[in-house]
Ligand binder design. Structure first.
Ligand code: DAK
Length: 254
């Protein structure tokens, strides 16, 4: 099942299927999609943290027992549902943070990669072991691992199926930091982000998502346009005025 807990403007989403190390079957993945879709459109929520229940796993992947019975059409639908979840995490207009508290393998690593920021506990293990099952990553791993860690590192990990521990994950840029307890670190960052201007964060996420694709000049032009438009917002006035007046800003999202 999927649990959603609210701490002020921060939503904590927990995948809870501990008897399968939080592996995602059709019901759990569908519930996750539905919850994330609701949070994406909920203006009261300004940051989202994704984690796994218990202390052994974030998400040990797509449920292999479920996948082993799929035909071609069903596998395509399964891939599309995972992509939908990844795109929600990647594109919802607010920051998403993965608190990787143990195994993040296959689809688990892919959903962590779709988040804006990743933190790992020191017992975390991450990787794309699909090749060992005779399949390939199907929820974005062939693309996002290269975007986060570079193509050379990504090819080695995806081709060999080798998993990395938390320290190596940090060294290769797969996670932003290693911290115990990892949820504390993720919540702390989420609460900091929830104090920022939602307008500025929404724009900067949209622009950053373009950084590794499309036309560089067009992306810079989009940045310039967004930068200018923000000057019509109360939040920009408030942020700069607060600095001049040597006080903390109070952003209203307008
Ligand atoms: N699926 C189903 N059950 C899983 C699971 C998984 N991914 N991972 C663990 N479990 C279950 C185990 O079967 C076991 O259940 P019982 O047998 O007791 O009923 C329970 O969780 C505890 O696991 P272990 O007994 O194995 O625990 P250990 O500590 O010994 O080992 C482990 C932990 C994480 C090293 C091991 O469980 C493991 O290797 N798990 C599989 C990890 C893995 O390979 N993950 C990637 C899955 S493939 C696509 C769409 C999506 C995908 C690909 C293509 N298309 C549409 C193209 C995604 C693929 C994947 O995610």
């Amino acid at each position: 099942m999927i649990r959603v807990d609210r701490e002020d403007a921060v939503a904590l989403v927990t995948v809870d299927r501990q008897d399968a190390l939080n592996a995602l079957d059709l019901l759990t993945l569908t519930m996750l999609r539905d919850e994330l879709s609701g949070l994406a459109g909920n203006d009261d929520v300004r940051a989202v943290v994704l984690t796994g229940a218990g202390d052994r796993a974030f998400i040990a992947g797509a449920d292999i027992k479920y996948m082993s019975g799929l035909g071609v059409e069903e596998a395509m639908a399964w891939g599309a549902l995972g992509h939908e979840v990844g795109r929600l995490l990647e594109t919802m207009p607010k920051p998403t943070i993965a608190a990787v508290n143990g195994f993040a393998l296959g689809g688990g690593c892919e959903l962590a990669l779709a988040c804006d920021i990743r933190y790992a506990s020191s017992n975390a293990k991450l990787g794309q072991p699909e090749v060992n099952l005779g399949i390939i990553p199907g929820w974005g791993g062939t693309q996002r691992l290269a975007r986060v860690c570079g193509l050379g590192v990504a090819k080695e990990l995806v081709f060999t199926g080798r998993t990395v521990d938390a320290d190596e994950a940090h060294r290769i840029g797969l996670v932003n930091a290693v911290h115990d307890p990892v949820l504390e670190k993720a919540r702390e960052t989420a609460h900091v982000l929830a104090t920022k201007s939602v307008l500025a964060l929404r724009l900067v996420k949209r622009l950053a998502n373009r950084a590794l694709g499309g036309d560089h000049a067009a992306n810079l032009a989009a940045e310039g346009e967004a930068f200018g438009e923000l000057f019509s917002s109360a939040d920009a006035k408030e942020g700069m005025t607060a600095f001049v007046e040597k006080r903390e800003p109070r952003f209203t999202g307008r």
